[in-house]
Design a protein around this ligand. Sequence first.
Ligand SMILES: C[S@@+](CC[C@H](N)C(=O)[O-])C[C@H]1O[C@@H](n2cnc3c(N)ncnc32)[C@H](O)[C@@H]1O
Length: 384
Amino acid sequence: MEQTSNTMPSSYMRICCPCHFGLESVLKFELVRLGAADIAAADGRVCFSGDWTMLAAANIELTVAERVLIELGSFSVKAQHGKTAFDPLFDGVMHLPLEHFIGVNDAFPVKGSSLNSALHSVPACQAIVKKAAVKRLQKAYRTTTLPETGAVHQLQFQIRNDFCTVYLDTSGMPLHKRGWRQLAGTAPIRETLAAGILDLSRVRPQTQLCDPFCGSGTFLIEGAARAMHIAPGLHRRFASERWEAMPKSAWFDAREAARAKIKRDVEFRAVGYDIDPQAVEIARENAKKAGVSEKISVLQADIRDFQASPEQLIVCNPPYGERLLDVEAARALYKTMGTVFPKENAVSVISPDQTFEQCFGRKAVKRRKLYNGMLQCNLYQYWK
Ligand SMILES: C[S@@+](CC[C@H](N)C(=O)[O-])C[C@H]1O[C@@H](n2cnc3c(N)ncnc32)[C@H](O)[C@@H]1O
């Protein structure tokens, strides 16, 4: 198969964002709203075309993407003509325009993965990719020394079915790290997964949200940010902000555009409950750090005493019986939820328990497969 590569960093690049399995459609619509071009969704990722400003905007504004990667190129790594598959891997990387992104002093660590391919040893592939990248950059900069003391440009290779794609990670810290969660409860949900669930639950600027198992407050805080259009990346920095190749104006413009979208004057309110007083403190603290505490109240309460008003949208991840409680105790909680959640309320619950609907006592209107880490779950949804 022919080699493809990104050659002009100043114009459009192919950009890829991995996401939780099941959230591809949410990510796709976020990209449509951002104005990305040529959007293509695949399992666990969505790719698109954009310039530097779009790349900065993707890092700052996407709520369900795990990272923003530049796709440097892709090529076959099938062994041919008596050579090993390491040769096409080396040659493929040698043809990538690395010097358009990586400066002579920059660091370029390599990591990657391989599935269903002759090249199955990841450390061996890592060494080959590094060797080829060094050779390409030495040649481009006419030098034998690459000190790697500058900005980090993390290279990532992904080999699937004897086909390799090489990416540059522009995010650094994963995007679920928004900057507000210094403290977490026992089993916090990832911010990106919470954001996806809130999107699928149709959180709007006028939503009245309620999480009766709020833990560190992830749904409440992500919900408030969504309702007020506060971009999740406004409080943090990204690896590519230190890149020479990336114009500073891209970050400035993207941040300005994101700030202009914020709407503080919305009806949205969120209330959270948790049986653990420490979790209540943590959720309040996190809401303050995220700058949304005026929209959120958190109280200590047992699910058995739960009451909701009809306009409230209930979204939660109750204990699964894995890290918190045992399976029987978790099922007893699902049963209690079935009795205390009023039938008039819209409800979204994420759980890996296949018997959830049985315990809860109601069949979901929509059941959507989602992964919480490695754990296969369902989002059980009940409309008003
Ligand atoms: C899976 S955690 C929720 C994590 C939360 N979504 C977050 O991101 O931090 C479940 C929470 O349910 C709380 N919990 C357990 N039993 C409860 C009960 N009977 N009533 C209310 N909360 C309970 C635990 O203290 C824990 O914080």
